[in-house]
Design a protein around this ligand. Structure first.
Ligand SMILES: Nc1ncnc2c1ncn2[C@@H]1O[C@H](COP(=O)(O)OP(=O)(O)OP(=O)(O)O)[C@@H](O)[C@H]1O
Ligand SMILES: [Mg+2]
Length: 419
């Protein structure tokens, strides 16, 4: 599946750069997935210059040290800035080589003996400090490409609202359960609605640990810790959100840490499904940016279609999301009660791929309260086929051999499908 490697223009304006010899022009591009990196530089002013240039690269998380003492396991690349101490830079190159972490050497006046040492330590590239802003971009993208071959990062499917109340959370919950029943893969749901996330209720969980707690501990969380803090039910897990944490934890919620968290979830699971009910905002941008599939939920009415169109145009134009990654989900679909058909919606929004989820009041209401015992279900056939279509056409999971009728549907005491 293709990943986003486009240059993207940031919606969030960066503060004006401090003028410096190398950071005249902050780099505006996006890595295809989150990469934790270590910048090693003994000289504070050079450190600031390099950091100033790299900080606007989306999905690049930067830790800074004056020299290498220990490289944490989540670090995927090292920037080594030569500040005149050959012995120290050799020790740093040796340490990154010993841990098999690719390194870029940055500096001016590098002697031929130091260059030879760099080759022996298999440093990936050399970037002159004077030409840093021109040369670092291609080197970084190439290195990221090489790293991606060795890291298993789960694909991300985002479900996003053009307009509130369109059905994103209901759809996320259903798709998560169906996926989990069709595969042995471990699936993670991410509740990105910081105002009133509802996935925990639908999941039947009473969480005590939330996304904002994870963000506070983000540097320490390893794969094992990530799995232990999520609410789990078999191979389906949920990273829950605390209601109104966008107000109560405003200082904790920053897009870099959110990227890091998503990254850590992606390396612990095989698929991440994100409910972005709030639409596009500072908290959802890092996730939309790395999503392999973006499902835009729309309903058959003029306002909803207009809002979906605006959302899609923001994603295409401002974020550089390729239209092939965007699919419409026409929710609460009814051929009887609306005269607007799917072709008209596709044309109006400017997206060629569309799926429908039929209107089914009983199922949707039951979904919000899975604590109830709901047993004697007749198969809600139409809506079941709708969800399965989306999973089979778009979801990058390996279907298990025995996947047939799923017990997920047996939880609904629906006597008939209502359209
Ligand atoms: N296909 C459907 N048929 C019937 N009712 C539905 C359907 N999809 C969603 N609903 C109902 O619509 C309401 C809104 O759904 P949901 O909460 O999933 O939307 P949302 O887009 O996440 O909203 P919000 O913007 O508030 O987060 C819920 O009461 C849900 O049960
Ligand atoms: Mg919602």
């Amino acid at each position: 599946m293709e990943r986003n490697t486009l240059k993207i223009a940031s919606i969030l304006k960066e503060p004006a750069e401090v003028s410096s010899s190398i950071a005249k022009d902050p780099l505006k591009f996006s890595l295809p997935f989150g990469v934790n990196s270590l910048l090693v530089c003994a000289d504070p002013s050079r450190r600031e210059q390099v950091r100033g240039c790299l900080k606007s690269v989306k999905n690049l998380m930067l830790k800074i040290e004056p020299k290498i003492t220990f490289i944490e396991t989540d670090i995927k690349m090292v920037f080594l800035v030569y500040c005149g101490d050959e012995q120290q830079i050799c020790a740093d190159m040796e340490k990154s080589a010993a841990q098999n972490i690719p390194a870029l050497l940055i500096g001016n006046d590098i002697s031929s003996s130091l260059m030879r040492k760099a080759m022996q330590y298999q440093v990936k590239d050399f970037i002159p400090l004077d030409h840093f802003s021109e040369e670092i971009g291609p080197a970084l993208l190439l290195l990221t490409e090489q790293i991606s071959a060795n890291i298993k990062m789960a694909p991300v499917v985002s479900i996003i609202n053009g307009k509130g109340g369109s059905g994103s959370s209901f759809i996320t919950d259903c798709l998560g359960h169906i996926c989990a029943e069709q595969t042995h893969d471990n699936i993670a749901l991410y509740d990105g609605d910081f105002q009133h996330g509802t996935l925990a209720d639908m999941f039947g969980a009473e969480p005590e640990y939330f996304i904002t707690d994870a963000l506070k501990d983000i540097q320490e969380l390893d794969a094992l810790a990530i799995k232990s803090i999520m609410c789990s039910n078999g191979n389906l897990s949920l990273m829950p959100v605390k209601p109104y944490s966008h107000i109560s934890d405003i200082d904790t919620l920053n897009s870099n840490d959110l990227s890091l968290l998503i990254n850590k979830i992606r390396s612990s699971y095989q698929l991440v499904i994100a409910d972005l009910s709030r639409g596009l905002d500072a908290h959802s941008l890092p996730i939309v940016d790395i999503s392999d599939v973006v499902l835009v939920v729309v309903q058959q009415n003029i306002v909803s279609i207009r809002k979906a169109k605006e959302l899609v145009s923001q994603m295409k134009i401002r974020l550089g999301i390729k239209p092939e990654r965007i699919h419409l989900v026409v929710n609460r679909f009814s051929s009887k009660h609306s005269t607007i058909n799917v072709e008209e919606i596709k044309k109006a929004v400017g997206i060629e791929s569309a799926f429908v989820i039929h209107n089914n009041y009983e199922l949707a209401s039951a979904c919000t309260d899975l604590g109830r015992s709901i047993q004697q279900a007749n198969n809600p056939k139409k809506i079941k086929t709708d969800f399965e279509q989306i999973v089979s056409k778009l979801f990058p999971i390996s279907i298990k051999k025995s996947a047939g009728s799923t017990s997920f549907w047996s939880r609904f005491s629906l006597n008939s499908h209502k359209e």
